[in-house]
Design a protein. Structure first.
Length: 571
């Protein structure tokens, strides 16, 4: 359950700032005291501790070069692994795990709310700058109305678009500034009467960009955690995660706070299961161990998943479909004559589960939804909701500029299936035996099938067939006859995968000892997550090299999950 408080820091009082040169010396030649402190975040492996110390020293050296020998701090925000993605903003339970890849952030406060950003990575522009008051003025007409009106003002959207890195950009990358702005401006909007500093920042990360491990959310979290502690804001980690999720709407996506909550609330000892109140509220948290006999591997498809205009459209189409699938399901609840009190207490897809409704009623509700809907149909049916939802997801409510087809029923089944999986996943992990972990892996693979477009390099359509009346009707007949047909075994259709991810999953699932696999993150590229019996890394790596990396001319990249602590200050 949700703790009453998740403090920003383990320290009762903020630690003093130190000169960058002093911190650089300390990390360049780490002694036993520093290594012991780092072990709290990274675990006891001495190779990991020394490698992370070297990375911090490199970031501090760059800070000295670009900002000078000023008082500063060092924060870290880890990558996250997600085992039930695409549904945090729908109120489902999602298991998350912090991973050893991370963003290091060396930060020195300024007094004038100005920001100056440099990066150890030479692919990024030498320096990026902005001023919070100036950014507020770009959307002043919306700032006083609310966060969403602000981020939708033309002055803001044009500025964001000007800094988006196109796919393949290898020099003068500028997209970083959008995520730092997202974090800083959202805190300023949430706490208008509380003085906040600007920051001189130097960034150094090894989270693969476009890999689905939330490199962008790590940047938002690192910015907000640094600012919140420096400013002494009255906020804990749970609330900061919510602010981070909403803050990231600045870049044009309309997701939830799952990635931010995972980075801020995860634990080194296992998985954090988070349940959300749509769209960004953190409702509940539970933790579970991960069985020692098994391991998670992350395989890089070597295809970037970036929030370009095309990827945002794909991501937001799913969110848009979820919204109207939920409205249609609530209409169907009334048509079925379900109690008004139950309908009134149903606030998101995450509330539609067998703990509240009969399994047969869930299938009856789904059968009442059209398989597809056009924007014109949705606009006629929901005239009060449609314009704002369309503008929020696509930047326009012009019907001619919206996706022609919205997979309404596919999204509903996809979402309800994930809701059902989220309820049972913690129990399976706690049980931890062979049958439980086999079922856990099966659920991972079914989840991927909801995004799948290809199987064994041929077009895959079974997920779309299974949303049809015939399949659902058979399932309903079976359920009313006393059989079990849990929705967690239904993939639905969301369609966020690509050919490379599907091929990588196929290659993994053929290896002995692999129990399940699926894409991670928003889709469109990035990493695949693999559940396997411990000790199978070499065999899996060899199979993926033979069946995926070599045929496609890609560099093999498979690693084992190494758990770390949540985002924190390390100096």
């Amino acid at each position: 359950m949700l703790s009453s408080s998740f403090p920003l820091s383990s320290r009762s009082e903020p630690a003093p700032l130190l000169l960058a040169s002093r911190l650089h010396t300390r990390f360049q030649d780490p002694g036993s005291e520093l290594l012991s402190e780092l072990a709290a975040a990274y675990g006891p492996d001495p190779d990991v501790l020394r490698e992370r110390a070297r990375a911090a020293a490199e970031a501090l050296r760059r800070f000295l070069e670009t900002h000078g020998d000023l008082p500063c701090t060092v924060y870290r925000a880890p990558a996250r692994l997600s085992l039930n993605p695409h549904c945090d903003h729908q109120g489902a339970w999602v298991p998350y795990a912090p991973h050893v890849r991370e963003l290091l952030c060396v930060a020195g406060p300024t007094l004038d709310e100005s920001f100056s950003i440099t990066n150890v990575d030479s692919r990024f522009r030498e320096q990026l700058t902005f001023s919070v008051p100036e950014e507020i003025e770009r959307g002043r007409s919306g700032w006083s109305e609310g966060w969403l009106p602000y981020v939708e003002t033309p002055g803001v959207t044009q500025t964001v678009a000007a800094h988006v890195d196109s796919k393949g950009t290898q020099r003068e990358r500028t997209g970083t500034i959008n995520y730092v702005k997202a974090g800083a401006l959202k805190l300023r909007h949430a706490f208008p009467d509380h003085p906040q500093p600007g920051l001189r920042l130097t960034l150094h990360g090894n989270i693969t960009q476009g890999g689905g491990q939330s490199s962008s959310s790590a940047l938002v979290v690192a910015t907000q955690l640094t600012l919140a502690i420096h400013a002494g804001l009255p906020v804990d980690r749970r609330r900061l995660a919510e602010l981070g999720g909403e803050g990231e709407w600045y870049v044009g996506t309309r997701g939830g706070s799952g990635d931010h909550a995972a980075i801020l609330l995860g634990r080194r000892g296992g998985l954090a299961h988070l349940r959300f109140e749509a769209p960004v509220g953190v409702r509940e948290v539970r933790y579970s161990r991960f069985p020692e006999e098994y391991e998670l591997l992350v395989a890089n498809s070597q295809t970037r998943s970036e929030k370009s205009a095309e990827e945002r459209l794909l991501f937001n189409r799913g969110v848009f479909a979820y919204r109207f699938a939920f409205l249609a399901l609530k209409d169907a609840m009334r048509d079925l004559g379900l109690p008004e009190s139950l309908i009134a207490e149903t606030a998101c897809l995450g509330d539609l589960h067998v703990g509240r409704l009969d399994e047969s009623d869930l299938y009856r509700l789904l059968l009442r939804l059209p398989e597809h809907a056009t924007p014109e149909e949705l606009a006629r049916r929901y005239p009060d909701r449609f314009p704002a939802a369309a503008r929020g997801c696509f930047g326009t409510d012009d019907l001619a500029r919206l996706p022609a087809d919205i997979p309404l029923r596919g999204a509903a089944i996809y979402g309800l299936g994930r809701v059902d999986r989220g309820w049972v996943m913690p129990e399976l992990l706690e049980q931890g035996d062979e049958s439980a972990m086999a079922e856990f892996g099966r659920l991972m693979s079914i989840t991927h099938d909801g995004d799948r477009l290809y199987r064994h390099q041929a077009e895959y359509t079974e997920n779309r067939v299974r949303v049809g009346d015939n399949h659902l009707g058979i399932a309903l007949t079976a359920v009313t006859g006393g059989a079990r047909r849990p929705l967690r075994h239904e993939p639905g259709f969301y369609g966020a995968s690509i050919a490379e991810l599907d091929r990588l999953v196929d290659a993994a699932e053929r290896v002995e000892g692999v129990l399940g696999a699926g894409l991670m993150g928003a889709g469109g590229g990035g990493y695949v997550l693999i559940l396997a019996r411990r000790g199978r890394q070499d065999a899996i790596g060899a199979a993926l090299t033979r069946d995926y990396y070599q045929p496609l001319g890609k560099e093999p990249d498979v690693e084992v999950w190494r758990p770390t602590a949540a985002a924190c200050r390390i100096a």
